[in-house]
Write a new protein. Structure first.
Ligand code: SF4
Length: 118
C-alpha cells in the first residue's frame, strides 16, 4: 500500500525538498535499499510512513499526510504503478482502486521518467 508499510521510492531532489520542508535530516525519513534507491521509512509503532499522522497500526485506521503539498511523485500517482512490461496499472494491493480511472500511456511515461531519476 501507499502510506502503510510503505516502500515508496523517492528521488534525491524529493528527499532534499522534504528535508527543507520538515527540518529533518534525510536519515530520519528515508534510507537506501540494496539497489541504492531511497525509500521512505515507516514509524516503528504505527508501521506507517513517518509522515503519516496516525495513532494506530491498523491498515484501515485514519491518517493524514503531514507533507501533502510536498509529497513525492510516487505518492501523487499511486495507486498507478508500472508492471513488469512497464505498462501503467492500478496496484491491486490498494483497496480504493475503484475510485481511480484506468491508467494511460502518459501515466506510464511519467512513471518511467520518474524511475530514471531514482
Ligand atoms: S509521504 Fe505522505 S502520501 Fe507519501 S507515503 Fe508518506 S504519508 Fe503517504
Amino acid at each position: 500500500m501507499c502510506c502503510r508499510e510503505t516502500v515508496m521510492p523517492i528521488t534525491a531532489t524529493e528527499a532534499s525538498r522534504l528535508s527543507r520542508r520538515t527540518g529533518l535530516s534525510e536519515e530520519q525519513f528515508c534510507s537506501k535499499d540494496d539497489s541504492g534507491i531511497r525509500r521512505l521509512l515507516n514509524n516503528q509503532d504505527t508501521k506507517a510512513c513517518v509522515f503519516l499522522a496516525t495513532s494506530s497500526d491498523l491498515p484501515t485506521a485514519p491518517g493524514i499526510c503531514t507533507v501533502y503539498d510536498a509529497r513525492p511523485l510516487g505518492c501523487r500517482t499511486y495507486p498507478v504503478i508500472l508492471d513488469e512490461q512497464d505498462m501503467a496499472i492500478l496496484d491491486d494491493l490498494c483497496p480504493n482502486t475503484s475510485e481511480f480511472d484506468e491508467p494511460t500511456e502518459d501515466d506510464a511515461l511519467r512513471l518511467l521518467n520518474f524511475e530514471s531519476k531514482l
